[in-house]
Ligand binder design. Structure first.
Ligand code: IPE
Ligand code: IPE
Ligand code: MG
Length: 264
């Protein structure tokens, strides 16, 4: 038996069985929401929430490594967050810069590969250089991949891949019939990583806010009221436990899934 995966590639029975049996997700994506409200609840400026949030990023990375999660993708700044007041955007950019500078050594020491996803061309030259240097330093690391989504939008990701293919068709490098799901998939961010198994959103809202769309087509969604600066190791493990308790069906029936689980 085989099914079409969300990326359009055929999935063998073995691969499907592996997916339905997965108790630790291979790829977790987190919408780290609630920093501003966390700070405001304590009468502090919103930026204090972002600073507190950084500590939890470090915690989340170490928890993910400990759990054997291969890819962790964190939503740091969306393509829509430019709409925020200039002051907050500037502070977030500064924070991003200082955190990158400060954390890269520890990430490297721990064998983490850092990958920034999103349209970085809108960032300052200084920040772009910092990003390129951090990515280059950790490129050969393999204990875990940490994707930081910065100026990222799920629609942007699909569009930039579609544009690459459209240009190839235009130049005659490929036919329009080769403009397939697999071809598009190969040009998306994180194309060499497993698709998202688990997407978590902190902060109490129930939406995706233009985060990963294509690569999360079959992700389990876990929403929690916990605000990001309070999302500790225990809360992360709880979300993974929720994932493990779900029956992922990929279009099959529950009965088919149960018999697949019995296969070795
Ligand atoms: C998420 O926290 C972090 C970013 C979007 C950068 P928010 O800043 O959205 O916090 P709330 O949702 O306003 O509480
Ligand atoms: C999503 O949070 C973006 C990040 C966590 C970086 P937002 O706070 O921007 O999302 P909305 O505006 O509530 O949908
Ligand atoms: Mg928010």
């Amino acid at each position: 038996m085989s099914i079409d995966s969300q990326s359009g590639s055929e999935l063998s029975a073995e691969a499907l069985a592996e997916l339905v049996k997965l108790s630790t997700p291979k790829h977790v994506a987190i919408i780290m929401d609630g920093n501003g409200r966390w700070a405001q609840a304590q009468g502090k400026p919103r930026v204090m929430g972002h600073k507190a949030g950084v500590k939890m990023v470090r915690r989340a990375v170490s928890t993910a490594r400990e759990m054997g999660i291969g890819s962790l993708t964190l939503f740091a700044f969306s393509s829509e967050n430019w709409r925020r007041p200039d002051k907050e955007v500037t502070l977030l950019m500064e924070l991003f810069f200082t955190v990158l500078q400060r954390e890269i050594k520890l990430l490297h020491k721990n064998g983490v590969r850092l990958n920034i996803i999103g349209d970085v061309s809108r960032f300052s030259q200084r920040l772009q250089k910092q990003i390129a240097a951090a990515e280059a330093k950790t490129i050969d690391n393999s204990s875990m991949t940490l994707n930081i989504a910065a100026n990222y939008g799920g629609r942007w990701d699909i569009m930039q891949a579609a544009q690459i293919l459209a240009k190839k068709v235009e130049s005659g490098e490929m036919n329009s019939s080769q403009f397939t799901e697999q071809a598009l998939n190969a040009h998306l961010s994180m194309q060499n990583q497993p698709e998202v198994d688990l997407m978590i959103r902190t902060g109490g809202d129930y939406r995706i806010s233009n985060f990963i769309l294509w690569q999360a087509a079959y992700a389990e969604l876990v929403f929690t009221d916990t605000l990001w600066p309070d999302f500790d190791e225990c809360a992360f493990k709880q979300a993974v436990a929720t994932f493990a308790s779900r029956q992922r069906r990929f279009g099959l029936t529950g009965c088919q899934i149960e018999s697949l689980k019995k296969t070795t």
